[in-house]
Design a protein around this ligand. Sequence first.
Ligand code: ADP
Ligand code: MG
Length: 283
Amino acid sequence: RERGPRMHPELLELYTVTDHVLGVGTFATVKEIVLKETGKSYALKIILKKTLQGKSAMLDTEISVLSKVRHPNCVSLLELFETEDAVYLVTDLAQGGELFDQLLKKGFYGESDAARLVHQILMGVEYLHTMGVVHRDLKPENLLFKDKSENSRLMITDFGLSKVLTGGNDVLMTACGTPGYVAPEVLEQIGHGKPVDMWSVGVIAYTLLCGYTPFWGEDQPSLFESIMSGEYEYEQEYWKDISQLAKSFIDTLLVPAEQRPTATHALSHPWFRAMLEQDMETP
Ligand code: ADP
Ligand code: MG
């Protein structure tokens, strides 16, 4: 009945694979699975090898890095299965869904909520960078809420894979889906180091606060042009009630790569102190 590749026998022995599709990304389909022994749910990311186009050796190398990633704001890789046709990654389940969908539903976030989310993203990014992992595809579709609660933790997913799956020109291919978050040096193919993620954090912060992305174009070439110009605005209509501190935080990130702060440095921006303290004072 089920179309797609034949699952790994050991995987099927240990887990019940449900019909619940958690999401579909650029390279993978993700389903909820249940560990038979405990009844606990996990996410199963299924990557068909044909979509890897001969890059499975790189994937293997990267997976060894990813399996070391353990941080509250990062989805962990727990188990890995492989068949002739597919790679199966068992990861923590994020039951609250994508930040992308929440943002669509809400329109935009209030400043203290946005600060709390960006702070968590930065803590995850700081950790990944100390592990030598550059995410390269940070965007609201790859940020998942741990649970459905109001104050749910946010977790970065899909990390590292984009680095494995994209060498050279392929960066542009990956970027095709949602290129609005991609740093200018990626488009110019002159850099893809840690500052790339810091740019994306800047775009995410901007987008959370107003509900639209800072760089925009009718079509892909004009979007790319907009990003590479580095010019963006705080339209009065949407930004008049947002603090100068928030804008100054974004302004530190949406600059040429060599001027961007590290994640650690960005975490010390006064915007967080102002917003997170305010948060703590509310009963
Ligand atoms: P791709 O590399 O194909 O983009 P992702 O890892 O981004 O794959 O997964 C695709 C989608 O599946 C995500 O955007 C999300 O909606 C969902 N998803 C991925 N991992 C999980 C998880 N651990 N828990 C819940 N949903 C997930
Ligand atoms: Mg993805």
